[in-house]
Design a protein around this ligand. Structure first.
Ligand code: PAJ
Length: 280
């Protein structure tokens, strides 16, 4: 497995692969890899001839009071995991390679970027769209793999790819969970034992909503109330949002239907966790 540090080398590698008739897959990550990330790598391995994973803790997607400085960085362990999965290239640039001195160009997805996580994390999706566009321009992948776990991120990136007419197919992979339902996240490692227990309320609330949908409830208001009631059993957990939205526009719906995104975000201690499901 090759570790590449510069955009120029990554592009050279990708172009050589394409020239040899190979399809190129890209799995963008911020490292601190877990089974959720690995599921993306496996999906990439299945449908692409060669696979690059990027590891870059992107400073522009963190707010001034967020966890950029203490975000877990486990590069050696990450590389061992990726190598075991048969990844061909790890792209691990430093910040100056992605944001050269004086960098002033950003990708801004208006509207969408102010909804869901973008509402409580101003500037977050501008940072995400910018870094992912840069990764796509550098790696020129045929397909790029993302988790449904970050469903609003997926909506923003679909818009970016469509608007910039980037020649890349976005592949969205299912949420990988702990046995008790908690969605895997690099931030789960911030949780104390007690917070880890409290964190189960996110998936429990979603499960309660899914059960109501299965028995015929379609009113978004009623379904949100079901989720909020479940959250109220864990009063230490602070709701950021509980919402039913159109997955493309991230605008609220009144009636849920097939394809509606039902999403939650909540603070467990100081750790912000998210989870969702898409109505079948
Ligand atoms: P990161 O949080 O490292 O996540 C990398 C990818 O893994 C994302 O597409 C995310 O949705 C996916 N992922 C995380 N947890 C998952 C889970 N439990 N099941 C399935 N997939 C999961 O998302 C980012 O990094 C960054 O915003 C990035 C796109 C790399 C841009 O900096």
């Amino acid at each position: 497995m090759r570790v590449i540090r510069t955009v120029g080398e990554l592009r050279e590698w990708s172009r050589a692969a394409r020239k040899a008739g190979q399809s190129v897959g890209l799995v963008p990550t911020m490292g601190a890899l877990h089974a959720g990330h690995i599921s993306l790598v496996r999906a990439a391995k299945v449908s692409c001839d060669v696979v690059a994973a990027s590891i870059f803790v992107n400073p522009t997607q963190f707010g001034p009071n967020e966890d950029f400085a203490r975000y877990p960085r486990t590069f050696d362990e990450d590389c061992a995991l990726l190598e075991a999965e048969g990844v061909d290239v790890v792209f691990a640039p430093d910040a100056e390679e992605i944001y050269p001195e004086g960098a002033a160009t950003f990708v801004e997805v208006t509207g969408l970027s102010e909804r869901l996580d973008g509402k409580s994390r101003p500037g977050h999706f501008r940072g995400v769209a910018t870094v992912v566009a840069k990764l796509f321009i550098a790696a020129e992948p045929d397909r790029a793999f993302f988790g449904q776990k970050d469903a609003a991120q997926v909506a923003v990136l679909r818009r970016t790819v469509a608007d910039l007419r980037l020649p890349v197919e976005l592949v969205v992979c299912p949420i990988v969970r702990e046995p008790d339902g908690l969605a895997l996240s690099s931030r789960n490692r911030y949780l104390s034992t007690e917070e880890r227990r409290q964190a189960r309320v996110l998936s429990r609330a979603l499960h309660a909503v899914e059960t109501q949908i299965a028995s015929g409830e379609r009113s978004a208001r009623a379904l949100i109330d079901v989720a909020v009631a479940e959250f109220s059993r864990e009063p230490q957990v602070g709701i950021d949002y509980v919402t039913a939205v159109d997955w493309a526009t991230l605008l609220p719906v009144e009636t849920v239907a097939s394809g509606t995104l039902f999403a939650v975000a909540a603070f467990v201690g100081t750790t912000r966790l998210i989870d969702n499901f898409v109505v079948a």
